[in-house]
Design a protein around this ligand. Sequence first.
Ligand SMILES: Cc1cc2nc3c(=O)[nH]c(=O)nc-3n(C[C@H](O)[C@H](O)[C@H](O)COP(=O)(O)O)c2cc1C
Length: 265
Amino acid sequence: MIIDSTGLILFSPTQTTKKIIEGIAQGLQVTTKQYFDLTLPDTIAHPSQGFTQDLAIIGAPVYAGRLPSVMLSRFKQIKGNGRPAVIVVVYGNRAYEDALIELRNVAIEIGFKPIAAGAFIGEHSYSTSDLPIAKSRPDADDMATAHKFGKEIRKKFMTEISNTNELLQVPGNFPYKEIQMLSGVVPSVNEALCLRCRKCVPVCPTVAIDKENPMNTAKDLCIRCCACVKACPSYAKLLDDPRIKQAAEWLYANFSVRKEPEIYL
Ligand SMILES: Cc1cc2nc3c(=O)[nH]c(=O)nc-3n(C[C@H](O)[C@H](O)[C@H](O)COP(=O)(O)O)c2cc1C
């Protein structure tokens, strides 16, 4: 079988997941590529007949060893239509725990057929210049791995009959680990540095930032993804709550040794 078209289904507040799945898509060398970016709530609705491309590349970041719940609720609105899918999680050099198996299971539940999987590393959302965690990843080596992975998927597609019903095996456990997330923590704003440019407002995946007064972030909506922190041109936004700082110090102390991408074909 030949792959002509691919659909990139992703959730990527700080863009590392997006970079990886674009690298895989490049390696696939497809003619047409369509985006189903679930990061923002106004994603264009998926056609009612379901996913029609030859292959889906589905990418999600790892949050607390699982998938972000906001991504899941958007993802579950897509109909996979029995199409093959490459599933990818991107994590901040600590661990991906049950995220990849969860992505496989949900992809199957909505009608995709996972044929390959990958776990890649992206700069941790809580990485700072003082406490760098997987700084600047994915880097050139990661992108070369993503590209090669895309090429291998293409080869597999062309040489193997894709109607095997074997379940793609990936690491992880079911029942999944319980999600333990901080609550009530939002980025702070240094009013003296804030330019009132509002660049933070449209990048928020949950519309948690008040567009009239971007100093205010709704505590019940914020998922602490750091999209606003990274989008702020004057470094006025910081996720500097002591609990996050403590987590970043722990990550820096314990997970600074470089991890490498894992591929399951
Ligand atoms: C709320 C939250 C929880 C996270 N949990 C984990 C985790 O369990 N393990 C890990 O290695 N990285 C974790 N990370 C880091 C992200 O997985 C990593 O930065 C990823 O590259 C972000 O993807 P994105 O750039 O596509 O948004 C977490 C990040 C956030 C914001």
